[in-house]
Write a protein that binds this ligand. Structure first.
Ligand SMILES: Cc1cc2nc3c(=O)[nH]c(=O)nc-3n(C[C@H](O)[C@H](O)[C@H](O)COP(=O)(O)OP(=O)(O)OC[C@H]3O[C@@H](n4cnc5c(N)ncnc54)[C@H](O)[C@@H]3O)c2cc1C
Length: 376
C-alpha cells in the first residue's frame, strides 16, 4: 500500500520536502493555511549557503533556476556606526555563487511551487488538530471542518507549529522585537538611500539597537529595526515618530531610512525555542524547520529548514518500506547538526543587541577558522 504523507505547512521547508520526495516518486500532500501563493507578501531576501540551502536545491534539481534568480552581489555587506562611519565593508567576488548569494523569499517560494504538480498543495487548509489513530497514522482536522488521514505526518508549520505539541512541550521565549518598513522603487524615489544600502545588506549598529536595510530583487528596500525584547505593547512601535525618537542623535542620512518607509511600521516579536530541544521518537510523525528548532534569525533558519527537508526526503527515499527507521535516522542527525547552530544563533543575537555590539561584530567579521560569519 502506498504510504500517505501529509506535510503541514507550505513554507520553504515543506515545499522543499515535497519537491525532493516527488523527484523520488514519493507523493505527499502539503496542507497550507494561506489561501493561495500570493495571499501574503513573503518578506525580504535570504542568503542560501552552499552546504545547506544550496545543497537542498541541488537535491531538488533546482540549482540552475536558483542561479538565474539569485543575486550574488546581494552578499555585499556594509556595517556602519550611528554617526554613519563605515566599520566593515564586505564585497563578494563578482558573479560568484561560492559564497552566500541572496534570493527574494517570494522568488524562492515560487521556484519551489512551480516545480510541484498542481495538486501537491492544498491551499486554505489550516491544521487545527492531529489525532493519532489506533491503527497507526493520524487523523487531521482543518479550520472550516475539512478532515484527512495520513500514515506519516510532517510538521513544517513554522515557529508556532501545531504539530510540535504532539512531540514536545518546549515553549517559545521572546528574544527581540523586530520592526519592519518597506521602501518601494528606491532607485527612482530615494536614490540617496539606494546608494547608502548598496546591492546587499546594511547594518547600522548602536547600543542595544540595530537599524538594518536590505536590497530586494524588485528594486525595493526592506528596513528592519531590531530592539531588545521588552514588555512594551507592540503598538508602541507602530509610529515612525516613536521610532525616530529611539534613534535620536543618529546621523540623519541613516534615520532617513525610517522616514522613507511607504507605510506604517510593522512590529513583531522574535521568538526562539530552547537550544538543544529534542524529543523521544514517536511512530509516523516528525518536524522540520522552525517547527523543529526555531532559532533567532541570524541567517540560518531557512537554510537549516531546507537541509532538514533534503535529509528527511533522502532517508524516506532510501527506506520507503520502513518510514519509522527513516524518521529516526533523520531526527538523530538533525538534532546533532542543529544544536550548535542554534547555540551560535543565540550567541550572535545576544551580541548584536548588546552595548558593545559594534566592537564585537567587527571582531566577529574578522575571519575565524571555526565560526561562520552571521548574515541578515
Ligand atoms: C526577519 C527574519 C529574517 C530572516 N532571515 C533569514 C536569513 O537571512 N536566512 C535564513 O536562513 N533564515 C532567515 N530567517 C529564518 C527563516 O525565515 C525561517 O527559519 C524559515 O522560513 C523556516 O522555514 P519553515 O518552512 O520551517 O517555516 P515557514 O517559512 O514559517 O513556513 C511555515 C509555513 O506553514 C504555514 N502554516 C503555519 N501554521 C500552519 C497550520 N496550522 N496549518 C497549515 N499551514 C500552516 C505558514 O503559512 C507557512 O507557509 C529569518 C527570519 C526572520 C523572522
Amino acid at each position: 500500500m502506498t504510504m500517505r504523507i501529509a506535510i503541514a505547512g507550505g513554507g520553504l521547508g515543506g515545499l522543499t520536502l515535497a519537491r525532493i520526495l516527488h523527484r523520488h516518486g514519493i507523493g505527499a500532500v502539503v496542507y497550507e493555511r494561506e489561501a493561495s501563493r500570493s495571499a501574503r507578501s513573503q518578506g525580504g531576501s535570504l542568503d542560501l549557503h552552499p552546504e545547506s540551502g544550496q545543497q537542498a536545491l541541488a537535491d531538488a534539481g533546482l540549482i540552475g533556476r536558483f542561479r538565474s534568480e539569485a543575486r550574488p552581489e546581494g552578499e555585499e555587506h556594509r556595517i556602519l556606526d550611528p554617526a554613519g562611519r563605515t566599520l566593515v565593508h564586505h564585497k563578494p567576488q563578482p558573479g560568484s555563487f561560492s559564497g552566500r548569494p541572496e534570493i527574494d523569499r517570494s522568488a524562492l517560494r515560487d521556484l519551489l511551487l512551480d516545480s510541484l504538480p498542481g495538486d501537491a498543495v492544498a491551499w486554505q487548509h489550516r491544521l487545527v488538530a492531529a489525532m493519532p489513530r489506533p491503527d497507526g497514522g493520524f487523523g487531521l482536522t482543518f479550520d472550516g471542518g475539512h478532515s484527512a488521514d495520513c500514515d506519516v505526518l510532517i510538521g513544517a508549520d513554522g515557529g508556532r507549529s501545531v504539530v510540535r505539541s504532539l512531540l514536545t512541550d518546549a515553549t517559545l521565549s521572546s528574544v527581540a522585537t523586530l520592526v519592519e518598513l518597506s521602501i518601494s522603487d528606491a532607485d527612482r524615489r530615494h536614490p540617496d538611500l539606494a546608494e547608502l544600502v548598496g546591492p546587499g545588506n546594511l547594518w547600522c549598529i548602536g547600543v542595544n539597537q540595530i537599524l538594518a536595510a536590505q536590497r530586494l530583487g524588485d528594486g525595493g528596500i526592506r528596513v528592519g529595526i531590531s530592539l531588545r525584547a521588552d514588555d512594551r505593547h507592540m503598538d508602541t512601535y507602530r509610529s515612525k515618530r516613536a521610532l525616530l525618537d529611539m534613534f535620536d542623535g543618529w546621523n540623519p542620512r541613516l534615520t532617513a531610512l525610517i522616514e522613507a518607509g511607504d507605510s506604517l511600521p510593522t512590529p513583531r516579536r522574535i521568538e526562539a525555542m530552547p537550544t538543544g530541544t529534542r524529543w523521544a521518537h514517536q511512530p509516523g510523525i516528525t518536524l522540520i524547520g522552525d517547527a523543529a528548532h526555531l532559532m533567532p534569525p541570524v541567517g540560518e533558519g531557512a537554510n537549516q529548514a531546507m537541509l532538514d527537508a533534503a535529509e528527511l526526503a533522502a532517508e524516506l527515499a532510501t527506506n520507503p518500506a520502513d518510514p519509522d527507521s527513516a524518521i529516526q535516522a533523520y531526527e538523530e542527525a538533525m538534532f546533532t547538526r542543529t544544536h550548535p547552530i542554534a547555540e551560535m544563533s543565540a550567541r550572535v543575537q545576544a551580541m548584536m543587541l548588546s552595548p558593545t555590539a559594534a566592537d564585537d561584530i567587527i571582531r566577529f567579521f574578522t575571519p575565524q577558522p571555526t565560526e561562520p560569519a552571521p548574515t541578515a
